[in-house]
Design a protein around this ligand. Sequence first.
Ligand SMILES: [Zn+2]
Length: 275
Amino acid sequence: MMRALILLAALFAVPAHAQFNFNLNRAIESVKSLGRAMQDIDEKQEIEIGRDMAARLLGAAPLVNDAKLQRYVNSVGRWLASQTERPDLPWQFGVLDTPGLNAFAVPGGTIFVTRGLLERMRSEAELAAVLAHEISHVLKKHHLKAIQKSAQASLAGDALSAAMKSSNPEVRGKLVSFGTEMYARGLDKSDELEADRQGIIIAARAGYDSYGLPAVLQTLQAMNPQDSGLALMFKTHPAPAERLDALGEKMQPTLDAHSDQPQLAERFRSFRGSK
Ligand SMILES: [Zn+2]
């Protein structure tokens, strides 16, 4: 009960920053820093790279035009992020206006869930589960490491700086695409399963029913796999059955220990609208 009260209080104390101010022009600079072979990317660079990736993703699908909904999703996400070891990243959460079912994280703490996935959810615990999975990708720097690997594999340091000086827009465009192509290809399966496990812990710590993620995975599993809205999700993530099995194997005690925490189905419906 105490947890639930803290959860409620925290949600409505969070300031509403649903604005996304991204600078597309910085994309080239960011990709340049990606390619610096053998050099670690610091947190400031991580955030800048993420902003440019987010701008690319927003270019592909705009945010849902519903300020109340965006504020709500942002509040749930920030409350979850405040429970993690990187609470001070500039966390931002938004709903993309696209019918496909998916969620994305970019380095530095920007996270999107699609309208299509939100429409299939039944409670705030399910929303929290999906956001916590994405938060885990940021915490573990899964995308950042994949971008780094891809840039380094494709271009050695000298070749990269030569490409950067090129005025050929095709060459530059190719560099910028290193980061975004990863969202079509997906991460390693081990990264996805790790994000599932870590996400369960974050959502439970934040006070939610720990069965939110299994519930979302069951929804996906029950859908027709030929559904066009599932294509990208299924291409970039292990099959729902495999993810459920992995959770059952490794996370059963954690799931059971927090299964009586709130789901907040009514509050979720009041913000999303009944569908
Ligand atoms: Zn994932």
